[in-house]
Design a protein around this ligand. Structure first.
Ligand code: NAD
Ligand code: TYD
Length: 357
């Protein structure tokens, strides 16, 4: 079959990537969607079970740091669009192992940029009709004061964690490839996502899982840090819109306009999860356990997404209460998925399946 477009989505077996893959495979049957993923601890093919047999979908296990391998995939599939989500994404892990973050987030992005440049420059039409879309985070902007305004696209970069430093560095490389070589790049920086298929090391799925198992809820510091939460499918819709209608060389901020102090969010999670489990009100409140703060813990993130709303007409579709209800329900009805990722069983299965490849 001849496809209208051939799009590579990196990190498509992860949390946000799986929602983007699902959206594109279902919405664009005339596009071929190729998911490239290394299947690290955070990548799980169970996240894509419902699309794996679609005729316009292909999965390739591979590492974005493998420049020759990436180049071959671009050529084999005639890739004309790249949506790049593959990354190491957890701040706490970046504090323990910063090298892994520099390797994947910086060198992996560079390898992908250079492969796209080389492949597209080798074609008669060059960069015409091509697009390299890099998915980044609001954490590159650093931290805000409690009443210190919002991050805009003009906010100077000031990353504090090894994770955000590696993402900031990758953003700089993406811009450099546009400014130096004319690569048709776009970047978006999004606030904290939540929803189904998030690895339960991040606050929301970890706490739902712990409430379900009546385990302690480790709140860092005093729980006063503020995050701006966006339902993951709203992020995926924004990515679709920006990929198709965003302007080359531009940056778009994506956010939920939905700020919560961690401790208040934890109370909402407890109330919702207890209710859905049939526990009496307040049953799990005593699980809240204040623990030593995260090193360099950014106090507040909050996004101004006016540009995206005004120029491309995007806005979040879900109210937070509705999004949280859907999310808690999903984790409670998908306990097999939760047990699979927490036990690591899926990782052993991949090692067996891809042995020697
Ligand atoms: P995730 O950790 O759930 O998934 C990352 C995926 O990338 C996994 O499937 C993993 O196997 C894959 N991967 C890791 N290293 C790879 C490599 N070297 N080669 C190929 N694949 C590799 O992450 P996520 O939360 O879905 O985040 C996706 C992207 O969105 C990241 O770039 C992240 O920085 C960005 N982002 C995340 C959030 C958030 O709240 N989660 C917010 C804003 C931006
Ligand atoms: P997280 O989900 O790791 O996202 P990020 O660090 O990228 O914002 O954490 C969200 C907030 O919750 C952050 O302020 C750290 C805090 N947190 C806890 O208090 N306890 C935990 O166990 C975790 C994982 C996070």
């Amino acid at each position: 079959m001849n496809f209208k477009r051939n799009i590579l989505i990196t990190g498509g077996a992860g949390f946000i990537g799986s929602h983007v893959v699902r959206l594109f495979v279902n919405k664009y049957p005339d596009y071929r969607i190729v998911c490239l993923d290394k299947l690290t601890y955070a990548g799980n093919l169970a996240n894509l079970r419902d699309v794996e047999t679609a005729p316009n979908y292909d999965f390739v296990r591979g590492d974005i740091c493998d420049y020759e391998g990436v180049l071959k995939i671009l050529g084999d599939y005639h890739i004309d669009g790249i949506i790049h989500l593959a990354a190491e994404s957890h701040v706490d892990r970046s504090i323990k192992d910063p090298f892994a973050f520099a390797k994947t987030n910086v060198m992996g992005t560079l390898s992908l940029l250079q492969a796209a440049k080389l492949y597209w420059e080798s074609l008669p039409e060059g960069y015409e009709g091509k697009r390299f879309y890099h998915i980044s985070t609001d954490e590159v902007y650093g931290a805000l004061e409690p009443n210190g305004g919002l991050f805009t696209e003009q906010t100077p970069y000031a990353p504090h964690s090894p994770y955000s430093a590696s993402k900031a560095s990758s953003d700089h490389f993406v811009r450099a490839y546009h400014d130096t070589y004319g690569l048709p790049t776009i970047i978006s920086n999004c606030s904290n996502n939540y929803g189904p298929y998030q690895f339960p090391e991040k606050l929301i799925p970890l706490f739902i899982n712990n409430i379900r198992q009546h385990k302690p809820l480790p709140v860092y510091g005093k729980g006063e840090n503020v995050r701006d939460w966006l339902y993951v499918e709203d992020h995926a819709r924004a990515i679709d819109l920006i990929f198709h209608e965003g302007k080359v060389a531009e940056t778009y901020n994506i956010g939920g306009n939905n700020e919560w102090r961690n401790i208040d969010l934890v109370r909402v999670l407890i109330a919702t999860t207890d209710r859905l489990l049939g526990n009496p009100e307040g049953h799990s409140l005593d699980l809240i356990t204040y623990v030593t703060d995260r090193a360099g813990h950014d106090l507040r993130y909050a996004i101004d997404s006016t540009k995206l709303q005004q120029e491309l007409g995007w806005s979040p579709s879900l109210q937070f209460e509705e999004g949280i209800e859907k999310t808690v329900r999903w984790y409670l009805t998908n306990q097999e998925w939760l047990d699979g990722v927490t036990s690591g069983d899926y990782q052993r299965y991949y090692e067996e399946m891809y042995k020697g490849r």
